[in-house]
Design a protein around this ligand. Sequence first.
Ligand SMILES: Cc1cc2nc3c(=O)[nH]c(=O)nc-3n(C[C@H](O)[C@H](O)[C@H](O)COP(=O)(O)OP(=O)(O)OC[C@H]3O[C@@H](n4cnc5c(N)ncnc54)[C@H](O)[C@@H]3O)c2cc1C
Length: 503
Amino acid sequence: MYDYDAVVIGAGLGGLSSAAILARNGFKTLVCENTNHIGGCCSTYEENGYSFDIGASIVELSWIIDELFEKLGRKVSDYIDWIPVDPIYGFLTADGKRFTYPVDPDETRKVITGFSEADGPRWDRFQKLGQSAIREAFGRIMTTPFATFGDAMKVMAKAPSMVKLVKYMGMNFESTLKSFFSSEQVRASMSLQSYFIGLPPALCPGYIAFLAYAEHEGIYYPRGGMVQIPGSIAKIFGEYGGEIRFDTRVKRVLMDGGRAAGVELMDGTQIRSRFVVSNINAKTLYLEHVGRENLPAWAVKAVESYEVSIPAPMIMLGLDTRPDLDAHHTFCYTTIEEMNAIWFEDYASRKLPDRGFMLVSWPTHADPSLAPEGHHCLNMVTFAPYELADGDWDDLKERYLETQLDFLEHRFGLKGIRDHITMARVSTPKDFARMLLHPGGAVYALQNDIMASAFFRPRLRSKAVKGLYLTGASTHFGGGVPPTIGSGIAAGSLMLEDFGRVM
Ligand SMILES: Cc1cc2nc3c(=O)[nH]c(=O)nc-3n(C[C@H](O)[C@H](O)[C@H](O)COP(=O)(O)OP(=O)(O)OC[C@H]3O[C@@H](n4cnc5c(N)ncnc54)[C@H](O)[C@@H]3O)c2cc1C
């Protein structure tokens, strides 16, 4: 009757993690992936001998990956060669000053006291709270199903440090940083992390500010590129008999008596399954693939209320020289006010970014094997609107590239870098949307404001459609490598609970 126990739509981290858990537990599982590559936003492609990451460029909270591999009966070190990344960031200030934040919190303290003696002890306080928040609270709940206020209370009971964070749920990122640090320099240097969930410091929930500590628990780059993470999970999935079909786009979820009962592909092929797992944007899933006609009115209203997250145009550069930068990630910033202006002025008025990019990732700093000998890769990332007021991304690629290269030469001080560029590729929000079918080119699926976080986000076990499970950035704790893997673990445990196997 059924072709598979489970069909998973999308081979991103969330989908693959839950698929591997299902396969390990004896479920006949198929993953349908629209592209010809594994990993969605956490992937790597090769061009002219250079390897470029499509999205994610670093891993923090790596113990979530350890937890997944343990559940799969495997050791991470047999599959992934982690390269520790230190320092965490290089910074370039508006007046051309350079400094770095090392992984060691005590070394970072020295940098912070260089800006403000008073902020040294405040960093200690921030670090202490960050440590318990990250280790005890975020770490634990990222892999725990979490659908209601009641679930939140249960987690609180098990992770008392969460109570200390409640205060910051009512604050924004900016006011949280202000409540700790007096130096503008220090606050601004930690403000980038708000955009790591796709929001400016003024709108981002306050507890996210503790991500600025999370990186001091250690950050890593997998040798061979970010694709090694989904590649390893896919390998284990295959070892347990799982099947992945590439270039296979799901058109709709098949419904049978109100239950999800398989998928229909673009070519009309129907694949029947006991249940369906989605790793795609929840708005697309519900409104297009399930269809409004199959949803209760409250569900349509709830799904429509979510905004998709901000897009991030990227520029990938191949260089025949070593760039004069200090770290795997270099962050160019001025003030918190400017970080907010990117959203409230540029994004709101649908302007092509001209303040310059904020983050440059230099993966060959960690792993030289990603480029030909003596060559390097740089990825330049900023945030920008999907629809532009003064034209279309497809026509403005060249202008965007030139603006950003000017910025690289003048603001980042990489004078003459143009003479060393062997290849340049611009990936606009439109390209990103076409490649991964992310509506609006959204990088983190749905916007992650407080009303779309945790139990306010679409549930892992659909309430509106029986037999439908969700994973990935639209759910649970939103975007990021650890949260999406965590969503796969948490959704996996729900499916095992519902379908009677033991992990
Ligand atoms: C520019 C950028 C930088 C980032 N940097 C970091 C970082 O440094 N560290 C970090 O932790 N996180 C980072 N992230 C976030 C992280 O990469 C993502 O949140 C995470 O990889 C998303 O995983 P996911 O499970 O939601 O699936 P996705 O990556 O969204 O994958 C979904 C998959 O579904 C497929 N699909 C879509 N529709 C269909 C369909 N109809 N049929 C079949 N297949 C379909 C897509 O092709 C895709 O492969 C970054 C993201 C971006 C975009």
